[in-house]
Design a protein around this ligand. Structure first.
Ligand code: ZN
Length: 253
């Protein structure tokens, strides 16, 4: 039974990644894909990158994976982002940077689904898709029934009704109460699904978030996973990253 774990926006949070991987194994997932932003914000960029590379799984590039390569852009960032980016770059080897630079912006996996970090219409523009209106352009470039994305760090479900994008995120209403929510996929309807963030959730729930695509059952199961938030915060402070990055983890914002 093919069950694909879809993870995104790990952001160098090894505590969250380890907890999610343990859950992925308990769920008996058969494979895993990663929607980018492996690095940035948290204290373990090299360890998270090593882990993702060791999986030898499909990965697409996120904006942090790209920005870390371009030191000439750092001066344009706000002070918190700049400090985090400079620190992150110093942790990575030339070989790590080369690996990141070779990631594709979008991929189709087993002719079943597409993966992209932000949107399919301008994947290199890193647009944020918060609502159905924002999702319209991406649907026009989506040629599979299912596409997974990340980037906003908030789980969402959008569908194309033949004329326009519609927000079906009410299907996720039980997610934060129950820790799980199952979304049935409608045959012949395009779905554009944000799987949330492993390492820095921003939807008010500090627990890690990821999804499992069951291609036989045609469902996407969203899951919240508890992890050692305090440990991740202490790691941020102990390497001298901005305090704000530690604070936001416990608020899930
Ligand atoms: Zn991100």
């Amino acid at each position: 039974m093919p069950r694909t774990a879809v993870i995104s926006d790990i952001h160098a949070n090894l505590h969250a990644l380890s907890a999610v991987i343990e859950d992925v194994q308990a769920e008996q997932c058969t494979d895993i894909v990663c929607l980018g932003d492996v690095v940035g914000y948290n204290a373990y960029p090299r360890e998270c990158l090593d882990y993702i590379r060791s999986l030898n799984c499909p990965v697409v590039k996120g904006n942090h994976d790209e920005e870390v390569l371009h030191e000439e852009h750092y001066t344009r960032m706000n002070p918190v982002a700049r400090q985090a980016m400079e620190w992150t770059r110093a942790q990575l080897s030339d070989e790590d940077l080369t690996w990141l630079s070779r990631l594709q912006y979008q991929r189709i996996v087993r002719s079943q689904f597409t993966m992209v970090h932000s949107g399919l219409d301008q994947p290199k523009a890193w647009n944020y898709i918060f609502n159905a209106n924002d999702a319209t352009g991406s649907f026009q470039k989506q040629f599979s029934m299912l596409c997974f994305h990340g980037h906003t760090h908030a789980p969402k479900v959008f569908v194309w009704d033949g004329h326009r994008a519609v927000d079906y995120s009410y299907l996720l209403e039980g997610l934060n109460e129950n820790g799980v929510a199952e979304v049935p996929l409608t045959p012949s309807v395009k779905h554009f699904i944000n799987v949330g963030s492993v390492g820095q959730p921003r939807d008010g729930d500090p627990r890690a978030c990821y999804a499992i695509y069951d291609s036989d059952a045609q469902t996407v199961l969203f899951k919240r996973v508890e992890y050692d938030v305090t440990g991740a915060q202490q790691a941020i402070l102990s390497v001298g990253l901005p305090e704000y990055l530690a604070e936001r983890l416990e608020k899930g914002m």
